[in-house]
Design a protein around this ligand. Sequence first.
Ligand code: ADP
Length: 643
Amino acid sequence: MDCVDGVFTIFAASSMHAGVRARATAWMFVAVATLWATSTCTVVASPARNVLVLFSNSRLVPGNVEVDRGLRDAFRDAQPLPIHLFSEFLDSPEFGGEAHEQAVIAYLRAKYAGRAPDIMVAFSDASFEFLARHRGAPFPGVPLVYASVSPTVLQRYALPKDVVGVSVEYDFGGTIEQALRWHPNAQRLVIVTGTSSRDRGWEARLRREVPSLAGTRRVEFWAGLPTAALVQQLADLDAHTVVFTPGYYADGSGAMSSPGETIKHIARASAAPVYGPLDTFIGTGVVGGRMPSFEGIGRQAGRIVKQILAGEQTAAPATVAVAPIALHVDWRQVQRFGIKEADIPADAVIHYRAPTFWEQYRLVAIIATSLILLQAGLIAALLLERRRRQTAEVAAQKHRIELAHASRLAVAGELTASIAHEINQPLGAMQASADAADLLLQSDVECRSDLRRIVTRIRRDSVRASDVISRLRSLLARHAPERHPFDLGVAIDEVATMMSAEARRRSVALDVRIDSPLPPVAGDRTQIQQVLINLVLNAMDAVADLETDRRVVEIAVERLDGRIHVAVRDRGKGIAPQDVTKVFDSFYSTKSSGMGLGLSIARTIVEAHEGRIFAESAVDAGATFWFDLPVSPDAAVAQLSTS
Ligand code: ADP
């Protein structure tokens, strides 16, 4: 667009006399209109539909802003052409009168000469009445959509078919009734109104409606007070009063404003709860009221505009829409004036209520709770599992002890003959000694010293016999596994002694070589002895079929790398390579009377002592069974500190 530079003149409207002001406004409009008409502006028509909204008041009145938002929202996805929204303001009630209206018409005609609106929207009563009075004057034949116009105003005009829109009836009565329900102890109802013609219209309506609603309460109309005085009176109110106001455009001093602005002063100053019927009041300090939504009205009107532009809406009076009204409340005021939450209807729109933890974090809370429950479930399952395993381990341990004991009894059974022989020997010697002593006593020879030697021998033989029995008893005793440091060399020597009779019986030579001194190992002495007895018995079985001079079983004990190694070696028939590991399986036996438990018990015992056991063999080259045990930690520490 090529435009001539505009000339802007600022009128100090407030400092002028009203008549002068009206004339000045008219002249201003005419001047601007002339400028436009004679300007060299070239309008490049863009492919769009033009919608001109004429607002009754000034640009920044909160209701206007809301309606504008609703309209733009409705036009956002306009098809097939975009909608250009233009806004003009009548600045009522500050400006009015015939001259002003004529100036506005000239101004609109001139300004929109190149962008003639396809539809006009009149927002609220004053704007509608202006266009209804001057129908066709600014833009002949252009359809008119009204928004937020009261039914009383609509009834005054015989509306042609192409005038449709959204009417609104502010719910004064419903708001007052609701307020009195929430404040049953209120004895006084104060109604605040202003002095403009619209304010007076509201006052008249309220004077008609309120008496029947107030019941026994005293009703006071504070109409047309200067704002300063009003604010003071409101501050002196008590909690037994309820204030209702639709706001006002002009106060008693003639100062112009808008309901959205005046309510701020009223709500801030009042010591009593304030109610009102406009949704732009919410947030200023009012408790609430039954209110239409200005944004919603804008959206509703916008939809009608779109329908007309699309040719769907033929603009018949039957299509008049009524703006829905809902109860709105400010949660902060609800709390301030002690209104019970239970008394708030379920369909009320509650503003400024901080969402509860549940509302705010519902998803997070659900996920977190599920995770915690899942985790708790898992922990419980793991604890149960652990308990089951512990119980099973205790049972298995018990069975191992039982089995080891049974195995020892079986071994003792195998050694019975040798044990009997071992006990018999000292017993026989004792018998012989006793016989010798008897003979000596029968003779008359002085034999005190011989008798003393014989008694000493008897005592030694009895100790030998009792040693055999105590060794046997300790081997056969049923006891829980112990863990004490002991000398493995001594324990093995004891086994060798115990088995020497059996070895002699089988004509087997026991070759025992023990490194000494040996550091102690920690564990159950009897169990380790049992392991060695098993290995020696197996080795003696393995050499049983050999020539007597080859029936040798070697036991070697040595210390290597912090461990004590024990080897039991024979020159017997050996083990086939594929069976070398199998021999440690339970119930594996190649003997006709074998149980196949000796080696499996031996492995369990050695591994429980943190040791290892294995076999080496080649067929017909004999077998060697190894096992090792760690040196007792106490002994290792002791040795470190002394070295
Ligand atoms: P059992 O002696 O009752 O058979 P063991 O578990 O003590 O049970 O031994 C399992 C098997 O291992 C024996 O039956 C034998 O076949 C084999 N075995 C054990 N020691 C030797 C050995 N020194 N020489 C050859 N085979 C052996």
